[in-house]
Design a protein around this ligand. Structure first.
Ligand code: C5P
Length: 232
């Protein structure tokens, strides 16, 4: 077994979903369970890494022995990631980050008025793309280390273009080193206990396929990461 292949390495994993508040009782959220990210944090820890889990909203408990930093919004996630990646070897961005947030937070619950046929229109603004901003910071050398930056992408095809082709385009656009492409379907991805992914690399055209339990997929990813670190 390779129980020490990440010995001495520091790994930051983000997991779970963000929540973007609208008023004191409402938010924009997503269906991320956090299961895959937690499985990756566990696999990295088993491989001997010093692991920090930046945890959004999750349906599962974080693994014991891992440092936890809890966040709620995308902006909090961005701040936490930039603070935690200092002296880190590997960043794995498994969190489901809301692309948009309500433009305005209402201090009081938005009321519905009886007899008023109008519904409120909620204006959204874009959240920062955290993965992209980390890649840019590495390019500009405003952050140290980070030998490997790993992104995730939940993709479907569109009838013409396959999920993997979308993944290849995203890998280039985001500029990360590895992209774990998750084909989204009823038995795969969000909330389920099994997963099937293709891992794309900016350094080689070889594609690594991994499937099974989320722990199996996590172990395959960690093995690949350990191999890549050796080649760097
Ligand atoms: O563009 P897309 O949302 O498919 O990209 C997914 C990848 O980008 C994931 O690794 C996710 O954690 C990251 N992401 C991010 N900031 C966003 C949206 C996504 O870091 N605002």
């Amino acid at each position: 077994s390779a129980s020490n292949e990440l010995q001495g390495k520091k790994v930051v994993v983000t997991a779970g979903g963000t929540r973007e508040p609208l008023d004191p009782v409402r938010y924009l959220g997503n269906r991320s369970s956090g299961k895959q990210g937690v499985a990756i944090a566990r696999a990295a820890q088993v491989a001997g890494a010093d692991v920090t889990l930046v945890a959004g909203h999750m349906e599962v408990d974080p693994p014991a022995g891992v440092e936890i930093r809890s966040i709620s919004t995308a902006q909090e996630l961005q701040k936490a990631v930039f603070e935690e990646v200092i002296d880190t070897d590997v960043l794995i961005m498994a969190a489901a980050v809301a692309d948009f947030r309500p433009a305005q937070y209402e201090d009081f619950k938005i009321k519905k008025t009886d007899g008023d046929p109008q519904a409120p229109v909620i204006e959204l603004v874009k959240n920062p793309d955290i993965l992209k901003s980390i890649v840019e910071a590495r390019e500009q050398k405003t952050i140290s280390a980070l030998d490997l930056i790993v992104g995730f992408a939940a993709e479907t095809g569109d009838g013409h273009t396959s999920p993997l082709e979308f993944g290849q385009a995203k890998l280039k656009r985001k500029g990360c080193d590895l992209l774990v492409v998750n084909e989204v379907g009823s038995t795969k991805g969000f909330g389920t206990d099994t997963n099937e992914v293709s891992i794309l690399s900016s350094m080689t055209s070889n594609i690594v396929h991994a499937q099974g339990s989320k722990d199996d997929v996590a172990q395959s990813l960690i093995r690949l990461i350990a191999q890549q670190l050796k080649q760097n």
